[in-house]
Write a protein that binds this ligand. Sequence first.
Ligand code: GDR
Length: 326
Amino acid sequence: MSDTNKKAFITGITGQDGAYLAQLLLSKGYEVYGMVRRSSTAEVVDVRLKWLNIVDKIHLVDGDLTDLSSLIRIMQDVQPDEVYNLAAQSFVKTSWQQPILTGQVTGMGATHILEAIRLVKPDSRYYQASTSEMFGLIQESYQKESTPFYPRSPYAAAKLYAHWMTINYRESFDMYACSGILFNHESPLRGLEFVTRKVTDAAVRIKLGLQTELRLGNIDAKRDWGHAKDYVRAMWLMLQQDKPDDFVIATGRTTTVRDMCHIAFEHLGLNAQDYIVIDPQFFRPAEVEVLLGDPAKAKAALGWEAKISLEAMICEMVDADMQRLQ
Ligand code: GDR
Protein backbone atom coordinates (compact mmCIF):
# COMPACT_ATOMS: atom_id res chain seq x y z
CA MET A 1 0.00 0.00 0.00
CA SER A 2 1.34 3.45 -0.83
CA ASP A 3 1.41 6.07 1.93
CA THR A 4 -1.24 8.02 0.01
CA ASN A 5 -3.87 5.45 0.91
CA LYS A 6 -2.85 5.01 4.52
CA LYS A 7 -4.80 6.07 7.57
CA ALA A 8 -3.10 6.98 10.83
CA PHE A 9 -4.71 7.38 14.24
CA ILE A 10 -2.81 9.49 16.78
CA THR A 11 -3.59 9.80 20.48
CA GLY A 12 -2.10 12.96 21.96
CA ILE A 13 -2.45 14.80 18.66
CA THR A 14 -2.80 18.15 20.41
CA GLY A 15 0.61 17.79 22.09
CA GLN A 16 4.01 18.72 20.70
CA ASP A 17 4.80 15.34 19.16
CA GLY A 18 1.25 14.74 17.92
CA ALA A 19 1.29 18.02 16.02
CA TYR A 20 4.68 17.41 14.37
CA LEU A 21 3.82 13.78 13.59
CA ALA A 22 0.51 14.82 12.01
CA GLN A 23 2.37 17.36 9.89
CA LEU A 24 4.86 14.69 8.75
CA LEU A 25 2.16 12.13 7.92
CA LEU A 26 0.06 14.70 6.03
CA SER A 27 3.13 15.56 3.94
CA LYS A 28 3.38 11.86 3.06
CA GLY A 29 -0.24 11.73 1.94
CA TYR A 30 -1.76 10.00 4.98
CA GLU A 31 -5.28 10.58 6.16
CA VAL A 32 -4.75 11.63 9.79
CA TYR A 33 -7.17 11.07 12.66
CA GLY A 34 -6.46 12.44 16.11
CA MET A 35 -8.16 11.80 19.41
CA VAL A 36 -9.22 14.70 21.61
CA ARG A 37 -10.70 14.58 25.09
CA ARG A 38 -13.80 16.58 25.82
CA SER A 39 -12.79 19.44 28.05
CA SER A 40 -14.16 22.72 29.29
CA THR A 41 -10.97 24.40 28.08
CA ALA A 42 -11.54 23.17 24.53
CA GLU A 43 -10.74 26.48 22.87
CA VAL A 44 -7.01 26.00 23.50
CA VAL A 45 -6.65 22.33 22.56
CA ASP A 46 -5.68 22.87 18.96
CA VAL A 47 -3.22 25.74 19.45
CA ARG A 48 -0.28 23.66 18.20
CA LEU A 49 -2.16 22.33 15.17
CA LYS A 50 -3.06 25.94 14.34
CA TRP A 51 0.56 27.05 14.76
CA LEU A 52 1.55 24.45 12.14
CA ASN A 53 -1.41 25.43 9.98
CA ILE A 54 -2.78 21.88 9.76
CA VAL A 55 -5.88 21.95 11.95
CA ASP A 56 -8.25 21.90 8.96
CA LYS A 57 -6.51 18.88 7.43
CA ILE A 58 -6.99 16.57 10.42
CA HIS A 59 -10.03 14.57 11.50
CA LEU A 60 -10.47 15.07 15.23
CA VAL A 61 -12.40 12.30 16.98
CA ASP A 62 -13.66 12.30 20.58
CA GLY A 63 -12.31 9.70 22.93
CA ASP A 64 -10.27 9.05 26.04
CA LEU A 65 -7.43 6.62 26.78
CA THR A 66 -9.12 5.60 30.04
CA ASP A 67 -12.34 4.64 28.20
CA LEU A 68 -11.84 1.37 26.30
CA SER A 69 -15.25 1.61 24.63
CA SER A 70 -14.33 4.94 23.03
CA LEU A 71 -11.13 3.41 21.63
CA ILE A 72 -13.00 0.40 20.23
CA ARG A 73 -15.50 2.73 18.56
CA ILE A 74 -12.70 4.81 17.01
CA MET A 75 -10.88 1.70 15.78
CA GLN A 76 -14.13 0.46 14.19
CA ASP A 77 -14.91 3.82 12.56
CA VAL A 78 -11.41 4.73 11.36
CA GLN A 79 -9.86 1.30 10.60
CA PRO A 80 -6.35 2.81 10.82
CA ASP A 81 -3.26 1.22 9.27
CA GLU A 82 -1.05 2.81 11.91
CA VAL A 83 -1.75 3.81 15.51
CA TYR A 84 0.58 6.17 17.40
CA ASN A 85 -0.01 6.29 21.16
CA LEU A 86 1.45 9.64 22.19
CA ALA A 87 -1.12 10.61 24.83
CA ALA A 88 -0.03 10.60 28.46
CA GLN A 89 0.15 12.51 31.69
CA SER A 90 3.67 13.42 30.58
CA PHE A 91 4.97 15.89 33.16
CA VAL A 92 7.27 13.92 35.48
CA LYS A 93 6.90 16.24 38.49
CA THR A 94 3.09 16.11 38.44
CA SER A 95 3.23 12.31 38.58
CA TRP A 96 4.06 12.45 42.31
CA GLN A 97 0.98 14.58 42.95
CA GLN A 98 -1.26 12.43 40.71
CA PRO A 99 0.29 8.95 40.77
CA ILE A 100 -2.98 7.08 40.23
CA LEU A 101 -4.17 9.20 37.33
CA THR A 102 -0.69 8.89 35.81
CA GLY A 103 -0.88 5.11 36.14
CA GLN A 104 -4.33 4.99 34.61
CA VAL A 105 -3.57 7.21 31.62
CA THR A 106 0.13 6.69 30.95
CA GLY A 107 0.24 3.01 31.90
CA MET A 108 -3.17 1.37 31.59
CA GLY A 109 -4.11 3.66 28.68
CA ALA A 110 -1.62 1.79 26.51
CA THR A 111 -3.23 -1.54 27.39
CA HIS A 112 -6.64 -0.15 26.49
CA ILE A 113 -5.45 0.84 23.07
CA LEU A 114 -3.56 -2.42 22.52
CA GLU A 115 -6.77 -4.26 23.43
CA ALA A 116 -8.84 -2.12 21.04
CA ILE A 117 -6.37 -2.95 18.24
CA ARG A 118 -6.34 -6.67 19.09
CA LEU A 119 -10.15 -6.85 19.15
CA VAL A 120 -10.95 -4.70 16.13
CA LYS A 121 -8.02 -4.54 13.71
CA PRO A 122 -5.05 -6.66 14.81
CA ASP A 123 -3.07 -5.91 11.66
CA SER A 124 -2.83 -2.21 12.57
CA ARG A 125 0.76 -1.22 13.30
CA TYR A 126 1.27 0.23 16.78
CA TYR A 127 3.78 2.77 18.08
CA GLN A 128 4.20 3.20 21.84
CA ALA A 129 5.83 6.40 23.09
CA SER A 130 8.30 5.03 25.62
CA THR A 131 10.83 7.24 27.35
CA SER A 132 14.40 7.58 28.58
CA GLU A 133 12.87 8.20 32.03
CA MET A 134 12.58 4.38 32.25
CA PHE A 135 16.40 4.29 32.66
CA GLY A 136 16.07 6.66 35.63
CA LEU A 137 18.90 5.81 37.99
CA ILE A 138 21.13 4.84 35.13
CA GLN A 139 22.79 1.43 35.13
CA GLU A 140 25.15 2.14 32.18
CA SER A 141 26.75 5.42 31.17
CA TYR A 142 25.34 5.19 27.63
CA GLN A 143 21.76 3.90 27.69
CA LYS A 144 20.78 1.58 24.87
CA GLU A 145 17.96 -0.91 24.22
CA SER A 146 19.56 -3.60 26.42
CA THR A 147 20.34 -1.30 29.39
CA PRO A 148 18.43 -2.38 32.54
CA PHE A 149 15.64 -0.02 33.60
CA TYR A 150 15.35 1.74 36.96
CA PRO A 151 12.33 4.09 36.95
CA ARG A 152 12.47 6.95 39.46
CA SER A 153 8.95 8.44 39.29
CA PRO A 154 5.33 7.28 39.09
CA TYR A 155 5.46 8.53 35.49
CA ALA A 156 8.46 6.37 34.63
CA ALA A 157 6.96 3.31 36.36
CA ALA A 158 3.73 3.74 34.36
CA LYS A 159 5.67 4.12 31.11
CA LEU A 160 7.70 1.00 31.90
CA TYR A 161 4.48 -1.00 32.31
CA ALA A 162 3.23 0.30 28.94
CA HIS A 163 6.59 -0.54 27.36
CA TRP A 164 6.45 -4.16 28.52
CA MET A 165 2.79 -4.50 27.53
CA THR A 166 3.74 -3.40 24.00
CA ILE A 167 6.42 -6.09 23.86
CA ASN A 168 4.03 -8.60 25.42
CA TYR A 169 1.33 -7.99 22.78
CA ARG A 170 3.95 -8.32 20.04
CA GLU A 171 5.13 -11.65 21.43
CA SER A 172 1.73 -13.01 22.49
CA PHE A 173 -0.46 -11.99 19.55
CA ASP A 174 2.09 -11.49 16.80
CA MET A 175 1.09 -7.84 16.53
CA TYR A 176 3.29 -5.27 14.80
CA ALA A 177 3.93 -3.27 17.98
CA CYS A 178 7.01 -1.09 18.52
CA SER A 179 8.29 0.88 21.45
CA GLY A 180 10.35 3.99 20.79
CA ILE A 181 12.52 4.86 23.79
CA LEU A 182 12.79 8.56 23.10
CA PHE A 183 15.12 10.82 25.05
CA ASN A 184 14.00 14.42 25.78
CA HIS A 185 12.86 16.23 22.68
CA GLU A 186 11.84 19.84 22.49
CA SER A 187 10.70 22.54 20.05
CA PRO A 188 8.85 25.86 19.97
CA LEU A 189 5.70 23.78 20.57
CA ARG A 190 6.96 22.42 23.90
CA GLY A 191 4.70 23.06 26.92
CA LEU A 192 5.82 25.82 29.30
CA GLU A 193 6.13 23.40 32.24
CA PHE A 194 9.15 21.63 30.70
CA VAL A 195 12.53 23.12 31.46
CA THR A 196 13.74 24.11 27.97
CA ARG A 197 10.62 26.08 27.11
CA LYS A 198 10.41 27.52 30.63
CA VAL A 199 13.94 28.84 30.07
CA THR A 200 13.47 30.21 26.54
CA ASP A 201 10.20 31.90 27.51
CA ALA A 202 11.78 33.42 30.65
CA ALA A 203 14.88 34.62 28.78
CA VAL A 204 12.68 36.50 26.33
CA ARG A 205 10.49 37.94 29.11
CA ILE A 206 13.61 39.15 30.93
CA LYS A 207 14.95 40.70 27.72
CA LEU A 208 11.63 42.52 27.21
CA GLY A 209 11.48 43.70 30.83
CA LEU A 210 8.42 41.55 31.62
CA GLN A 211 10.21 39.39 34.22
CA THR A 212 13.27 39.88 36.43
CA GLU A 213 14.41 36.36 37.37
CA LEU A 214 14.18 32.69 36.43
CA ARG A 215 13.42 30.26 39.27
CA LEU A 216 14.66 26.71 38.65
CA GLY A 217 15.27 23.47 40.52
CA ASN A 218 18.22 21.14 39.89
CA ILE A 219 20.29 22.87 37.21
CA ASP A 220 23.04 20.24 37.44
CA ALA A 221 20.71 17.62 35.91
CA LYS A 222 21.95 16.47 32.51
CA ARG A 223 19.73 15.61 29.57
CA ASP A 224 20.22 14.32 26.03
CA TRP A 225 18.06 16.87 24.21
CA GLY A 226 16.95 16.52 20.59
CA HIS A 227 14.39 18.24 18.37
CA ALA A 228 10.83 16.84 18.24
CA LYS A 229 10.76 17.24 14.45
CA ASP A 230 13.68 14.80 14.13
CA TYR A 231 12.11 12.42 16.66
CA VAL A 232 8.68 12.05 15.02
CA ARG A 233 10.49 10.92 11.85
CA ALA A 234 11.91 8.05 13.91
CA MET A 235 8.40 7.08 15.08
CA TRP A 236 7.21 6.80 11.50
CA LEU A 237 10.31 4.87 10.38
CA MET A 238 9.75 2.29 13.15
CA LEU A 239 6.37 1.41 11.63
CA GLN A 240 7.75 1.01 8.07
CA GLN A 241 10.11 -1.93 8.73
CA ASP A 242 9.73 -5.63 7.88
CA LYS A 243 9.63 -6.56 11.55
CA PRO A 244 8.56 -4.66 14.67
CA ASP A 245 11.31 -3.77 17.14
CA ASP A 246 12.23 -1.30 19.90
CA PHE A 247 14.67 1.56 19.46
CA VAL A 248 16.48 4.17 21.52
CA ILE A 249 16.16 7.60 19.89
CA ALA A 250 18.71 10.11 21.17
CA THR A 251 21.48 12.48 20.05
CA GLY A 252 24.36 10.86 21.97
CA ARG A 253 25.27 14.16 23.67
CA THR A 254 24.32 15.27 27.19
CA THR A 255 24.20 18.84 28.57
CA THR A 256 23.38 20.32 31.98
CA VAL A 257 20.28 22.43 32.49
CA ARG A 258 22.74 25.21 33.45
CA ASP A 259 24.56 25.10 30.09
CA MET A 260 21.27 24.91 28.20
CA CYS A 261 20.25 28.14 30.00
CA HIS A 262 23.47 29.81 28.86
CA ILE A 263 22.71 28.98 25.21
CA ALA A 264 19.26 30.60 25.50
CA PHE A 265 20.36 33.75 27.31
CA GLU A 266 23.48 34.26 25.18
CA HIS A 267 21.27 34.27 22.09
CA LEU A 268 19.70 37.44 23.55
CA GLY A 269 23.00 38.97 24.68
CA LEU A 270 22.31 38.16 28.36
CA ASN A 271 24.21 36.20 31.01
CA ALA A 272 21.97 33.47 32.48
CA GLN A 273 23.90 33.50 35.77
CA ASP A 274 22.60 37.01 36.53
CA TYR A 275 18.98 35.84 36.55
CA ILE A 276 18.78 32.22 37.79
CA VAL A 277 17.42 31.74 41.32
CA ILE A 278 17.39 28.21 42.77
CA ASP A 279 13.96 27.47 44.20
CA PRO A 280 13.40 24.22 46.19
CA GLN A 281 9.79 23.97 44.97
CA PHE A 282 11.15 22.82 41.58
CA PHE A 283 13.19 19.94 43.00
CA ARG A 284 11.72 16.43 42.63
CA PRO A 285 11.33 13.80 45.36
CA ALA A 286 13.67 11.56 43.33
CA GLU A 287 15.75 12.98 40.50
CA VAL A 288 17.08 11.49 37.29
CA GLU A 289 20.52 13.11 37.39
CA VAL A 290 21.84 12.22 33.96
CA LEU A 291 20.61 10.69 30.72
CA LEU A 292 22.69 9.95 27.64
CA GLY A 293 21.39 7.75 24.85
CA ASP A 294 23.17 5.55 22.34
CA PRO A 295 21.18 5.71 19.08
CA ALA A 296 23.47 3.27 17.18
CA LYS A 297 20.73 0.68 16.59
CA ALA A 298 18.35 3.26 15.12
CA LYS A 299 21.09 4.52 12.85
CA ALA A 300 21.99 1.05 11.61
CA ALA A 301 18.46 -0.35 11.19
CA LEU A 302 16.36 2.74 10.39
CA GLY A 303 18.98 5.04 8.88
CA TRP A 304 17.86 7.59 11.46
CA GLU A 305 19.96 10.24 13.14
CA ALA A 306 19.32 13.57 14.82
CA LYS A 307 19.96 16.45 12.45
CA ILE A 308 19.18 19.53 14.56
CA SER A 309 21.74 20.56 17.22
CA LEU A 310 20.83 21.70 20.74
CA GLU A 311 22.16 25.19 19.96
CA ALA A 312 20.06 25.54 16.79
CA MET A 313 16.97 24.24 18.58
CA ILE A 314 17.26 26.50 21.65
CA CYS A 315 17.83 29.55 19.42
CA GLU A 316 14.76 28.59 17.34
CA MET A 317 12.73 28.32 20.57
CA VAL A 318 13.97 31.71 21.83
CA ASP A 319 13.11 33.32 18.48
CA ALA A 320 9.62 31.77 18.51
CA ASP A 321 9.01 33.03 22.07
CA MET A 322 10.19 36.49 21.02
CA GLN A 323 7.70 36.39 18.16
CA ARG A 324 4.90 35.32 20.52
CA LEU A 325 5.64 37.91 23.20
CA GLN A 326 6.47 40.96 21.14
P1 GDR B 1 11.94 15.47 32.04
O1 GDR B 1 11.75 16.95 31.46
O2 GDR B 1 11.49 15.35 33.44
O3 GDR B 1 13.34 15.06 31.72
O4 GDR B 1 10.91 14.63 31.14
P2 GDR B 1 11.78 18.39 32.18
O5 GDR B 1 12.07 19.35 31.08
O6 GDR B 1 10.56 18.62 32.99
O7 GDR B 1 13.03 18.30 33.19
C1 GDR B 1 14.37 18.13 32.74
C2 GDR B 1 15.33 18.30 33.89
O8 GDR B 1 15.37 19.68 34.28
C3 GDR B 1 15.35 19.75 35.70
N1 GDR B 1 14.82 21.05 36.14
C4 GDR B 1 13.58 21.51 35.90
N2 GDR B 1 12.54 20.97 35.21
C5 GDR B 1 11.39 21.69 35.12
N3 GDR B 1 10.38 21.19 34.41
N4 GDR B 1 11.24 22.90 35.73
C6 GDR B 1 12.27 23.48 36.44
O9 GDR B 1 12.11 24.58 36.98
C7 GDR B 1 13.49 22.75 36.52
N5 GDR B 1 14.68 23.01 37.13
C8 GDR B 1 15.47 21.97 36.87
C9 GDR B 1 14.47 18.58 36.09
O10 GDR B 1 14.63 18.29 37.49
C10 GDR B 1 14.96 17.51 35.15
O11 GDR B 1 16.11 16.90 35.67
C11 GDR B 1 10.62 14.96 29.79
C12 GDR B 1 9.12 14.77 29.60
O12 GDR B 1 8.76 15.25 28.31
C13 GDR B 1 8.73 13.32 29.70
O13 GDR B 1 7.35 13.16 29.38
C14 GDR B 1 9.58 12.53 28.71
O14 GDR B 1 9.28 11.16 28.82
C15 GDR B 1 11.06 12.75 28.97
O15 GDR B 1 11.33 14.14 28.90
C16 GDR B 1 11.93 12.05 27.96
